[in-house]
Write a protein that binds this ligand. Structure first.
Ligand code: PMP
Length: 427
């Protein structure tokens, strides 16, 4: 038996209390394959949470690509090498033609840090707008954008937060156009406030799928007015695709394509290397060159041949295994089943998402939509007890976050759904 008490004590002694663990009864994982994880006692768990092993835990194609390149050469990018060029060529071909150059990093945080600086270099201004329930990473600059844990010393005067869109409780009291206009009006107000300040307005940074905000169901044109307001003020739109990117949402390769907008800068991370640390910033060559005049970015590890081999293998598998199509079919099937379960369990107030990124929002009362965060925690832990791993998210921390590896099948979904039904029935 795994001695969790000893492991927990050792972890705290060596790593401090900095990183919290998932679940009341933490999971001691030792192996992964596809959508499955095994703990130290040999128990199998269905992984409905991890979006980083995008094409499946330990996919042999990615493992082989990493091993082959690691046994040939790994170095930084100040030498000529085709690996990074082949990868960027293949990657940028999936974007709108204007987004045709890239800087590679190791994490999503670095990518967003670079994106903010790029926007500053292009506009000569520093003001940034983000939503009030987002997370864009952990560098000093991007920590300024998150409201979950205010930065030491407070927010710089250059940041403005707008209310995160919540389709279940929409701004302005109604969905559709009214909601979109209300969000755009908030952004316009924030722009005006930055323009009055010494900082001026540089960029709006958003995840076009609003993943950390609880992935609201938004109309395709939801961001149109907002983007127009940003452009009118001479600002840039940064789309953080760290969570929705690489086809997870099923309808498109990128969240901004689903939202029907073309950003000026796109940032990437998490699923890009299937767990191998690689992130990136995609922009037009003019934007990248303006950045170079202001700041010469070099990252010792970003874009090294091993990372690029891993990332290339991820693109190969997405294509060969038709994983975007799979996300679309299995995602739709699962949401329909969740909606059927909502008929039976009144605690489910809302079911939403796209592709293999979805969740259910729990409420104490459907009429008042009173959030049920404690119940959500109980449900997530009960699912874990029954061998199904999922997470919790949302403005009110009362939604499940379901983002399994992309080869997730209907059979996997059935197991998750029947376990979910069992757990809700047991409450
Ligand atoms: N952007 C978003 C939307 C994220 O969710 C995260 C991580 N959760 C990041 C950026 C930061 O990425 P990383 O942890 O690789 O620095």
């Amino acid at each position: 038996m795994s001695d969790k008490t000893a492991l927990l004590a050792r972890r705290e002694r060596l790593l401090g209390r900095n990183m919290s663990l998932f679940y009341e009864e933490p999971v001691h994982i030792v192996r992964g394959e596809g959508v499955w994880l095994w703990d130290a006692d040999g128990r199998r768990y269905l992984d409905c949470y991890n979006n980083v092993p995008h094409v499946g835990h330990c996919h042999p194609r990615v493992v082989e690509a990493i091993a082959r390149q690691a046994s040939t050469l790994n170095t930084h990018t100040r030498y000529l090498h085709e690996g990074i060029l082949d990868y960027v060529e293949r990657l940028t071909a999936t974007f709108d033609g204007k987004l045709n150059t890239a800087i590679l990093t190791c994490t999503g945080s670095e990518a967003n840090d670079v994106a903010l600086r790029m926007a500053q270099a292009v506009t000569g201004r520093t003001g940034v707008i983000a939503t009030n329930h987002t997370y864009h990473g952990n560098t000093a600059a991007v920590s300024q954008l998150s409201t979950r844990m205010p930065p030491v010393g407070g927010y710089g005067g250059h940041v403005r937060h707008v209310p995160a869109p919540d389709s279940y409780r929409p701004l302005g009291g109604a969905g559709g156009e009214v909601f979109a206009a209300a969000f755009a009006a908030e952004v316009e107000q924030a722009i005006a406030s930055l323009q009055e300040a010494p900082h001026g307005f540089s960029a709006l940074i958003i995840d076009p799928f609003f993943a950390n905000e609880g992935f609201p169901d938004l109309l395709s044109g939801f961001l149109e007015k907002t983007v127009a307001a940003v452009r009118k003020a001479g600002g840039l739109v940064i789309a953080d695709e760290v969570q929705p990117g690489f086809g997870r949402i099923g309808t498109h390769m990128w969240g901004h394509q689903r939202a029907g907008i073309v950003p000026d800068i796109v940032t990437l991370g998490k699923p890009m290397g299937n767990g191998h640390p690689i992130g990136g910033v995609i922009a037009n060559a003019d934007t990248l060159n303006a950045f170079r005049k202001a700041f010469r970015y070099f990252n010792t590890f970003g874009g090294n041949p091993v990372s690029c081999a891993a990332a290339m293998a991820v693109l190969d598998v997405i294509e060969e295994e038709k994983l975007v199509e799979n996300a679309s079919h299995v995602g739709e099937y699962t949401r329909a089943a969740f909606k059927a379960l909502a008929e039976k369990h009144s605690i489910i107030g809302d079911v939403r998402g796209s592709g293999l990124f979805m969740g259910t929002e729990f409420v104490l009362d459907r009429a008042t939509k009173k959030p049920a965060p404690e119940l959500a925690t109980r449900i997530i832990n009960a699912m874990r007890e029954r061998g199904v791993l999922m997470g919790k998210i949302g403005v009110h921390e009362c939604s499940t976050k379901i983002r399994p590896p992309m080869p997730f099948s209907k059979e996997n979904a059935d197991l998750m759904l029947s376990t979910f039904d069992e757990v809700l029935s047991s409450l």
